[in-house]
Write a protein that binds this ligand. Structure first.
Ligand code: ZN
Ligand code: ZN
Length: 394
């Protein structure tokens, strides 16, 4: 409530939560009112309810706009800040038609477009957190029976979110200061591009003119942290200027299906070949979503000694995965990846070279064997990530 959405006197808060997180959600609502919130609403869902549409509904159910999307759109008008509490099984939708899932997500992204647009521009305070459930915990700790896996996952989440610390608020302030200093360093450098080098990865990326890195607290008047945990400093590639091959180093849950062992060949910014050892059809469905869903929208730097990676786990969860290592996002770029981008229209952002899509899926490419170099205007290279660790000090 204080670090994530920075609730202050008079704020309105919308909590999007899962039924597996009832106890935590009640605590969040209590704390939000104690921090001065004037109104707190909770929008509930869970894996069972989400899956029922595709498992038992008619085909047309995949094209309908849910009331939740209407609520999200309206929350922009009422000036709500938004905390999203996610508790999902990485394989929740494995046995339903993935094409329907993609259709539903697209239709509802479009219906709630003003909400997602304002979110990307950081126009309201928002944060995303995740809490354990049995299915997710078992996928992370397959050797531990039932509830023991849930306890292990809670402990890992507490460590990565700095909650086990004597003074979590100070620990977060120090960590945010480090990320902000790294953001400032990279913005000052104004590299023209990046080169990724590792096993199965040989990729070059160019930046759009006036590119901007973000890390820690967004540079806006309000204090909040879009993700907890967060270990990244990120920017965006030019939509047409990514070339080479890139291999994912961690599995990724796409459209409710676990996708493993995947790699992309990229030409002129577009993924021209995609192969996965598991989950190929979900991956292909994602890439087919729209114009921008076979292009990249984000390049993020995360050290392998970060609080999330230190746990040495395979998280099977997008929020924890993206903070586990350097990642690249398939799909939409954030307007903040361009200097002054928050005030630009979508047409202006596209013209400046930022990718536009209804999807945004981060996949991990980092490991102790992967290095990322910043390319200077004169063609020389400087390490940003060296064998998995920060290649520069601040
Ligand atoms: Zn990221
Ligand atoms: Zn991302």
């Amino acid at each position: 409530v204080k670090i994530g959405v920075g609730i202050e006197s008079g704020d309105r808060l919308l909590v999007r939560s899962f039924l597996d997180a009832v106890d935590l959600t009640r605590m969040i609502v209590d704390e939000a009112y104690r921090s001065g919130a004037e109104n707190v609403d909770v929008l509930w869902s869970d894996d069972h309810i989400g899956r029922a549409r595709f498992a038992h509904g008619p085909d047309s159910a995949a094209d309908s706009v849910s009331g939740a999307s209407d609520w999200l759109r309206r929350s922009v008008e009422t000036g709500d800040h938004v905390l999203t509490v996610v508790s999902t099984d990485p394989n929740a939708l494995a046995d339903v038609d993935v094409e329907r899932v993609a259709r539903f997500r697209k239709a509802n992204f479009e219906a709630a477009e003003p909400f997602f647009d304002a979110m990307g521009r950081l126009s309201f305070k928002w944060s995303i957190i995740c809490t354990p459930n049995l299915a997710w915990a078992r996928s992370v700790f397959p050797g531990s029976p039932g509830e023991e896996a849930v306890e292990l996952l809670w402990s890992a989440i507490f460590r990565t979110c700095r909650i086990d610390n004597d003074d979590p608020l100070t620990a977060w302030a120090e960590h945010i200061a480090d990320l902000n200093a790294r953001e400032a360093h990279l913005n000052e450098k104004q590299y023209v591009g990046l080169r990724y080098d590792g096993p199965g990865t040989d990729l070059t990326v160019s930046f759009p003119e006036g590119h901007h890195w973000e890390g820690g607290n967004p540079n806006v008047s309000a204090t909040f942290l879009p993700n907890i945990p967060t270990e990244e400093v990120f920017g965006a590639p030019h939509v047409d200027r990514v070339d080479g091959v890139v291999t994912a180093t961690k599995p990724l849950s796409i459209l409710g299906n676990l996708v493993e062992g995947f790699r992309f060949e990229v030409e002129g910014g577009r993924i021209v070949d995609a192969s996965a050892e598991r989950g190929q059809s979900a991956l292909e469905q994602l890439l087919r979503t729209d114009e921008g869903s076979a292009r990249f929208g984000e390049v993020a730097m995360v050290p392998v000694s970060g609080a999330v990676a230190r746990e040495g786990l395979i998280w099977n969860n997008p929020l924890f995965d993206e903070n586990d290592g350097c990642h690249i996002a398939i799909g939409n770029a954030y307007p903040t990846s361009l200097e002054g981008g928050s005030a630009m229209t979508k047409v202006e952002l596209a013209a400046a070279g930022l990718n536009q899509s209804s999807v945004h899926e981060d996949f991990v490419v980092g490991s102790p064997e992967v290095s990322v170099y910043g390319i200077r205007g004169d063609g020389g290279e400087e390490p940003i990530i060296s064998k998995g660790e920060w290649g520069f000090s601040v």
